[in-house]
Design a protein around this ligand. Structure first.
Ligand code: FDA
Length: 301
């Protein structure tokens, strides 16, 4: 982390809450499900798919696990009723991964079954490295129960990810991203060039195993690498998708769509937007940099 990044990240809590709100509005659909439905409908109208994320993570109280399961159930009902082209992304710690593995399994299983009945899908987001093995176990358990309507995430900065590709069950559905948490160098690559190189290796390894891949990046270099791999392997658009975060790299998003690829936008929403924004920003000072520079460039309205 550079000194400037460090200062930017630490000064964010001093930015008045309404300003954080205005800046993060671009990246978060709103406080409630209603706003999220409007955002997804708009994206669908532009030919983009979506994945809904009810903000919240690291739950330490069982009653909050119930609340998260309820909120996700409501989000799923809205997807069905409004006929949205969207699936769900969940953080296992929001479903109690850090309290009780079996409780988490039971709650995520319930949601995945409902999603399967509705013809949609649940992605298990990947959190910090303390969650990697339990999240992959959770995924394997659900797949072993023949629940194909569930997918997982691998992070290109993790040194273990290539081995994780080998250990995934047949027919896995994997989102590949760089990884957003700050991890020690013993377990994670820090150098951007190395992370990018590993991203490409992992993408090849995932396609080698015949998996469906969500290519989650806004990095043009990686998008063009992915194009090259897709073309060389003559992959059909139905065997992969690109994925991006709401409000990020919209011109590139349009370009990918026009080039004939499918693209899904990650749409976070919910009352925990402030804690979420600050945590994300502190975890990744580069993003703090984007936020503060947009502040100075006057892109707040
Ligand atoms: P990089 O960080 O190099 O960014 C490339 C360019 O994109 C930047 O130069 C900038 O212009 C722009 N950009 C990137 N992020 C931005 C932002 N937030 N705001 C404004 N501009 C931005 N991570 C994780 O650990 N677990 C997970 O489950 C997920 N899930 C996930 C889903 C989806 C759909 C996406 C797109 C990303 C994730 N991530 C994630 C986050 C991911 O690991 C990574 O931190 C970010 O995507 C940024 O990495 P890029 O590949 O975009 O490259």
């Amino acid at each position: 982390m550079s000194a400037i990044d460090y200062i930017l990240a630490r000064s964010l809590p001093l930015v008045p809450k309404p300003i954080v709100r205005r800046v993060s509005r671009r990246y978060i659909a709103g406080d409630g499900l209603r706003e999220a439905v409007v955002a997804v409908r708009e994206l669908n109208g532009e030919g983009l798919m979506a994945t809904l994320d009810v903000l919240g993570e690291s739950v330490t109280d069982r009653s909050l696990v119930e609340a998260a399961a309820r909120e996700y159930g409501e989000a799923l009902r809205s997807i069905i009723e409004a006929r949205l082209d969207s699936n769900l992304s969940v953080k296992p710690t929001q479903f109690g991964l850090k309290i009780d593995f079996d409780l988490c399994l039971e709650k995520v299983r319930g949601l995945v079954r409902l999603a399967r009945e509705a013809g949609t899908f649940v992605r298990l987001d990947m959190e910090d490295s303390s969650c990697t093995s339990p999240t992959l176990d959770l995924y394997r358990r659900l797949r072993a129960e023949d629940l194909a309507s569930v997918g997982v995430v691998l992070q290109a900065y993790m040194r273990r990810s290539l081995k994780d590709v080998k250990d995934l069950p047949e027919g896995a559905n994997v989102r590949l991203c760089k990884g957003i948490y700050i991890e020690p160098p013993e377990i994670a690559y820090r150098d951007r060039a190395l992370v990018n190189k590993n991203f490409v290796h992992l993408l090849e390894a995932l396609f080698d195993r015949g998996f469906y891949v969500g290519i989650a990046t806004h990095d043009e270099e990686l998008v063009w690498e992915a194009y090259r791999i897709i073309e060389r392997r003559k992959l059909l658009p139905a065997s992969y998708e690109f994925q991006m975060l709401l409000g990020v790299a919209e011109p590139l998003r349009g370009r990918i769509l026009r080039d004939g690829h499918r693209l899904r936008v990650y749409v976070p929403f919910g009352s925990h937007w402030y804690a979420y924004s600050l945590r994300r920003l502190k975890e990744n000072p580069r993003i703090a940099g984007y936020i503060l520079s947009s502040l100075f460039r006057g892109r707040l309205s």
